[in-house]
Write a new protein. Structure first.
Length: 575
């Protein structure tokens, strides 16, 4: 063999060794892909969350839990324990203020990513790296759970779930250190959210099934249970209890609906053009197939995972607790319930079908199914983001209007949906909000931003101003009308019935008197300040032959008010 040939063979050998995937490299590929998916999820969720305003219960943590006292940390959020969320919101509010949701969103997104990583670690022992990777990616981009993925307040639920998965992993150690770590984690789960109660049940089942004397391990569920009971007796029982006999009777149906909804969300079979389906139709079909598979598996006496019953206990307890406290708006198909339900379903499947042999065909089929589901779920996530953006711009306009009325607004004034046009501000009262923005800054629109807001937002801002200032129209009695006739009359104007949607007259004064002719019909009086093309403020109807005084307290805006009369005959307006 010539020297040239030997050199060529050595070069070919080096090339083959360089291009051959070694076993160690093959093992590392799923991990690399997992971290890439985590990084992409963090970037995507933070991008989707930019510009969003605070949402519902988040306002309670921001404006109602002021100061460093036990109530601020231990007061229930609805009926849930929320020590972790209260502490995080209080720390971030004192550090970054409340002008932006981004600091709060970063914490929630990191917790979501950590939960996906913990799920991967749990599943890889049962299914191997590749199926565990696909499952974690599906959870990272679970579009039907858009509320959990995009709302910072959901860090409570996600943190509780992450700590619970950590507890299950710690129990796998089968040693004293693992038991102690499990106790710490389930206690942390309880302090995050009431979902931790389900993991207390799981820990108790694990203690009961182990061969070691239960007295040596009973502290794992006992300590977090004592913490929860102490909180409940001191603060939790002050919340409204939604447990009813009807809810308890209907809980099995709710549980099945929860599992079906989770399967439907996981496989990307969410109905198109909806963020919350009424019924998990496709989910029921998948659930039927899954139950048949489980029955066949049991009939063949195939092995199951060693943590099956603790996982069953956690999942079933979680769904039954949700069923017992059901209220309208807490259906099993609601977005914020999908994330923990999907995670529980994956944990159950892993324990029911451990050691699945992953052939190339099966892996290829799983990748195709996951890709199709991922495409649908990402579109649902985008629709959820769009919904929250619309609600956020509206809430900023409403809050901007409230701030303009701060001189005269009643401290107890609340931005209920009929006033604000959105559910985002249902817990906001004027006194608490104005005090909070003085200390931590405002997330609301200023007068310039409000003037440039979408038309529907400006219309609702006018409604808020009408109620917050408040704008009033008071009928004048005969003595007052007689006195006005005796006094020198200012320059009055005759207002003819409005022609066109934007017709109206600019008010020269914040107080004006309107006279309706005796032979005319009733006259509807409408106002606007920031709105254009419409008069959203209905101040009342003036009967024929009567007079009324309109009073508009001064706000912090320099914009004039405009008045529109809807009547069959002209009326007289006097400043």
């Amino acid at each position: 063999m010539t020297v040239t040939n030997r050199r060529a063979e050595r070069a070919i050998g080096r090339w083959r060794r360089a291009t051959t995937i070694t076993p160690s490299l093959a093992r590392d590929v799923p991990l690399v892909l997992l971290w890439l998916a985590v990084a992409e999820a963090i970037v995507l969720l933070l991008h989707y969350g930019s510009g969003l305003n605070f949402y519902q219960d988040e306002w309670d943590f921001l404006i109602h839990r002021r100061g460093l006292n036990l109530h601020a940390f231990l007061a229930p959020d609805n009926e849930h324990i929320s020590v972790f969320t209260a502490a995080v919101f209080k720390l971030l509010e004192s550090t970054f203020g409340m002008t932006s949701t981004m600091p709060y969103r970063v914490v929630g997104t990191v917790l979501l990513s950590g939960t996906a990583v913990l799920l991967f670690v749990f599943l890889r022992r049962r299914w191997g790296d590749w199926l565990a990777l696909l499952s974690a990616v599906m959870v990272l981009f679970l579009g039907p759970a858009w509320q959990t993925l995009l709302l910072p307040v959901e860090m409570a639920r996600v943190g509780s779930l992450a700590a619970g998965i950590g507890m299950l992993l710690a129990l796998r150690r089968r040693d004293r250190t693992g038991d102690r770590l499990a106790c710490v984690l389930v206690t942390a789960s309880v302090l995050c959210f009431s979902l931790g109660v389900a993991f207390i049940v799981a820990a108790a089942v694990d203690v009961a099934l182990r061969r070691r004397p239960w007295r040596q391990r009973v502290f794992i569920p006992a300590i977090p249970a004592a913490v929860y009971v102490a909180w409940y007796l001191a603060y939790g029982r002050t919340a409204n209890s939604n447990v009813t006999l009807h809810n308890l009777v209907a809980s099995p149906v709710y549980l099945l609906n929860a599992v079906a909804s989770a399967l439907q969300a996981l496989f990307g079979l969410w109905p198109p053009n909806t963020l919350q389906p009424a019924h998990p139709t496709w989910g029921w079909a998948i659930l039927g197939i899954a139950l048949v598979a489980v029955a066949v598996h049991v009939a063949r006496r195939r092995p199951v995972g060693e943590q099956l019953w603790p996982v069953v206990a956690a999942a079933v307890s979680s769904w039954l607790l949700a069923a017992a406290t059901y209220l309208p708006g807490r259906e099993a198909t609601v977005s914020r319930f999908q994330y923990p339900s999907v995670v529980f379903v994956l944990l159950l499947l892993a324990e029911l079908f451990p050691g699945v042999r992953v052939t190339r065909f099966r892996l290829g089929a799983a990748v195709v199914i996951a890709a199709l589901a991922l495409a649908v779920n990402l579109s649902i996530l985008a629709r959820g983001r769009d919904f929250l953006r619309v609600q956020s711009t509206l809430s900023r306009a409403d809050l901007g209007a409230l701030e303009l009325a701060r001189r005269t607004v009643d401290p107890g004034f609340r931005l209920t949906p009929d006033i604000a046009g959105t559910q985002l501000l249902v817990v906001v009262d004027a006194g608490s909000y104005l005090s909070a923005i003085d200390a931590y800054g405002s997330p609301a629109d200023g007068p310039r931003q409000l003037a440039a807001a979408p038309a529907v937002d400006r219309a609702w801002a006018d409604v808020v101003l009408r109620r917050a200032l408040p704008v009033t129209m008071r009928a004048l009695g005969p003595p007052q009308e007689a006195r006005l006739r005796r006094e020198p009359r200012p320059s009055c104007a005759t207002l003819r019935p409005a022609q066109g949607p934007g017709a109206g007259v600019e008010l020269e004064s914040r107080r004006a008197i309107i006279h309706s002719p005796p032979r005319g019909g009733p006259a509807a009086i409408r106002l606007r300040q920031f709105a254009t093309g419409s008069f959203p403020v209905d101040v009342g109807t003036l009967a024929a032959g009567t007079s009324a005084m309109i009073t508009i307290p001064a706000d912090l805006s320099q914009r004039p008010w405009f008045l529109r009369v809807e009547a069959s005959r002209p009326v007289t307006l006097c400043p």
